[in-house]
Design a protein around this ligand. Sequence first.
Ligand code: HEM
Length: 273
Amino acid sequence: MATIDASITSAKPGRAADWLGRAATFCYLAIAAGQLLFVAFILLHYYPPTLSGNFAEWNDKPVITGFVAGDSAGNLFFAVHVLMAAVLTFGGLVQLIPAIRNRWPVLHRWNGRLYLVSALTLALGGLWMTWGRGSWLNLVGAFGITLDALLILVFAALTWRTARARRFVEHRRWAIRLFAVASAVWFMRVGYMAWGMATGGAGIGRAMDGPFDMVLAFGNSLLPLAIAELYLRTGARGTPAARQGVAALLVVSGVIILGGSAGAWMAMWGPYI
Ligand code: HEM
């Protein structure tokens, strides 16, 4: 695990690079802890009713649409969506571990294919549930998640294309960008909890239509993407000061993610398993 940074940046030797590497490892571990909690929630809350056909149990937790009697297509899309959500979230964490890439390249390739297929399924199925089924609370939120779906589709295509062409430096960059935007749905939940705990819920509207909701509607994908981009750029050719600055940003992000994930488990996920 300690070599995560060395493989996802072209880190130069030196103290600033060391700090950037350690900070990236810490941030990854914080993300992994938070995403594993999300996976545990999906496996324990959604998998049993979905696999046994008791779809009505989805609605034990507040959802916008969930199970609707007679809506076979909508229920099927929801079922596939929640099943693939765990595959994508777990698979993304596995793809980023360099030891797995180096020691078991076949596993990396097959898990990578599965990750891309689940990303396409979630993005296209999510778009249909949003605009075809009408599962949205307000238009800004619907446009925000639509932007995320489009970014997933474009970045997935570029991740695939660069891997096929064996352009591995570029492949790694597109894969990290894809991971950032494919984590947006998880990040939004963690972001709500972190913000809610820090401010008491300032700017969060009753129908998720307050100023904070509007910012997070687009920030859920654009903020992780911006941090990933800063990390990639400073890792490749940043000055020592820039590397230290980005290292500090990654540490702060990791701490916020740990707090938000613990809050999400206690308030959003844990009570429904
Ligand atoms: C790519 C990663 C994604 C993951 C891991 C994910 C995960 C989930 C999960 C776990 C649910 C169940 C509701 C809950 O308990 O929170 C859900 C519902 C939903 N997702 Fe996604 N999703 C992803 C992407 C998307 C995208 C890109 C869209 C839209 C374009 C989308 C649209 C929806 C909709 C409309 C629902 C139903 C909401 C409801 O009825 O309450 N999802 N998603």
